[in-house]
Design a protein around this ligand. Structure first.
Ligand code: PEP
Length: 257
């Protein structure tokens, strides 16, 4: 039985979407999410070119929108980057930072991810800090070391008050986009570890929402969200189909009641 804490389900569209398809998806999600109670928060992190569209279609709904990355810089000669303040201009709530695809393909270090989290907070956004190990690291028994290092860099850069305002997503790299989710027990074990690390920063930090991400589907969402320290999910592929995404949101609702 999960503890009675509000759940949060956030979609990560990655580099998917076109204006026409988005209109249907965003509207369907907004309608479906309106049937959920306040105990489940819903968000979608879209590619930046679609922020204005998301703002137009989601304003006034219960669904919040976000970005998938922000620059570590406030402004300046950083061609191609998007500042957190720019995202804030579009009413954004969430900023994913440290997604494993950015850590791997853009060589983002734990310190850079921490700087991005801080920049997001300064702009009034809620960073969703992603942490997670590769299969090789898991098999070498270093999951806690890897996740701990990623998390500590962020906690070091933030005050206790700032740290209490973040969201953390545990996303084992081997489970992302592979169709092979972590088992509920594997996910819970790492979430409990993350929770304990957060508690070291301060009592208020221990309660930040901890999301699980990695091949969450309607079929496995109930079991995952039923775990003691899993407060919801960061959803990639399944967030692109309103039916699946909303079914995952319903699973979160069932586990909070
Ligand atoms: C993600 O990329 O954040 C993710 C969780 O992807 P998927 O659900 O497709 O595994």
């Amino acid at each position: 039985m999960s503890r009675q804490r509000a759940k949060l389900v956030v979609g990560n569209w990655k580099m998917h979407g076109r204006i026409k398809e988005n209109a249907a998806l965003l509207s369907e999600v907004a309608v479906g999410a309106s049937a959920l109670q306040k105990s489940v928060g819903v968000g979608v992190c879209v590619p930046c070119p679609y922020l204005a569209q998301s703002q137009a279609l989601l304003s006034g709904s219960v669904v919040r929108w976000g970005v998938q990355d922000v620059s570590a810089h406030e402004k300046g000669a950083f061609t191609g980057e998007v500042a957190a303040e720019m995202a804030a201009d579009f009413g954004v709530t969430y900023a994913i930072v440290g997604h494993s695809e950015r850590r791997a393909y853009h060589r983002e270090s734990p310190e850079l991810v921490a700087a991005k989290a801080l920049r997001a907070i300064d702009a009034g956004l809620t960073p969703i800090v992603c942490v997670g190990e590769t299969l090789e690291q898991r098999e070498a028994g270093s999951t806690e070391e890897v996740v701990g290092t990623q998390l500590e860099a962020v906690l070091l850069a933030l005050t206790e008050e700032q740290a209490a305002s973040i969201v953390v997503a545990y996303e084992p790299v081997w489970a992302i986009g592979t169709g092979k989710s972590a088992t509920a027990q594997q996910a819970q074990d790492v979430h409990a570890f993350v929770r304990a690390k957060l508690a070291e920063k301060g009592a208020s930090v221990a309660n930040v929402p901890l999301l699980y991400g990695g091949s969450v589907k309607p079929e496995n969402a109930h079991e995952l969200f039923g775990q003691q320290d899993i407060d919801g999910g960061l959803i990639g592929g399944a967030s692109l189909k309103s039916e699946d995404f909303l079914a995952i949101c319903q699973a979160a609702l069932a586990e909070v009641q």
